[in-house]
Design a binder for this molecule. Structure first.
Ligand code: FMN
Length: 182
C-alpha cells in the first residue's frame, strides 16, 4: 500500500522553497532513474543535472511564457535534463524492429517517472516539462550529436500542495478481453 499511495499522492510541483537538495537525496533520485526498465536493457538515457543558476534561467527562457513550468525551471535548486540516444532503443543491428521508431521516448518516460516518484518519496517535488525550444536547449547544455534532449524535470522542496487534477475513471479507459464488442 505504501508504494500505491506514493503513486497516488505525487503531484506536479511548480513552486519550490529556497532550499538546497541534500547530495544523498539527489543520488537516490538519479539512482531511481538508473534502475528504470529500457528497451533490450540498452539504457539509452543520459541525464544532465543543471545546478548553475544562469543555465537554469536561460533554460526557463526557452519555455513559452504561458508554460506554467517556467518559474519552476528558473527557481528549482536543480533541473534534470532528460536526454536519450534514439538509435539505441527499438533498433537491432541498426534496423528499426517494430512499427515505432521512437521507443527511446518510452524509455525516457520510464526514467522520468522513477525520478518523479523517488523525489516524492523523499519529500521533494518535481514537474516534467516537455514544451520548450528543444534545439536551443540542446545547444545551451551542449548535448552531443546522436543524443536528444527530450524533457526537463525541475526538482526541489515543494512550496505548494496542489489538489489532484481529474483523472478518467477506470470504466472510461480500461477494456477487458477486447477493446470493443464489435
Ligand atoms: C510528457 C509530459 C510533458 C509535460 N509538459 C509540461 C510542461 O511543459 N509544462 C508543465 O507545466 N507541465 C507539464 N507536464 C505536467 C502535466 O501537466 C501534469 O503531469 C498533468 O497536468 C497531471 O498533473 P499531476 O502530475 O499533478 O498528476 C507534462 C507532463 C508530461 C508527462
Amino acid at each position: 500500500m505504501q508504494n500505491k499511495s506514493n503513486i497516488l499522492e505525487r503531484r506536479s510541483i511548480r513552486r519550490f522553497l529556497d532550499k538546497e537538495i541534500e547530495q544523498e537525496k539527489l543520488d537516490a533520485i538519479l539512482e531511481a532513474g538508473r534502475w528504470a526498465p529500457s528497451w533490450g536493457n540498452l539504457q539509452c538515457c543520459e541525464l544532465v543535472v543543471v545546478q548553475d543558476a544562469e543555465l537554469k534561467k536561460s533554460l526557463s527562457e526557452l519555455l513559452s511564457p504561458k508554460n506554467p513550468g517556467t518559474p519552476a525551471t528558473a527557481g528549482a535548486p536543480i533541473v534534470v535534463a532528460v536526454c536519450g540516444r534514439p538509435d539505441k532503443s527499438g533498433y537491432y543491428k541498426g534496423k528499426q524492429v517494430t512499427r515505432y521508431e521512437h521507443w527511446f521516448l518510452y524509455d525516457l518516460g520510464l526514467v522520468s517517472q522513477n525520478i518523479s516518484l523517488m523525489a516524492h518519496e523523499l519529500g521533494l517535488g518535481s514537474v516534467i516539462i516537455g514544451s520548450f525550444d528543444h534545439e536551443k536547449a540542446e545547444k545551451l547544455l551542449r548535448v552531443p550529436d546522436g543524443c536528444e534532449l527530450v524533457s526537463l524535470i525541475p526538482v526541489g522542496y515543494p512550496d505548494m500542495a496542489p489538489k489532484p487534477p481529474k483523472r478518467k475513471t477506470l470504466e472510461e479507459f480500461v477494456h477487458y478481453n477486447t477493446f470493443s464488442d464489435e
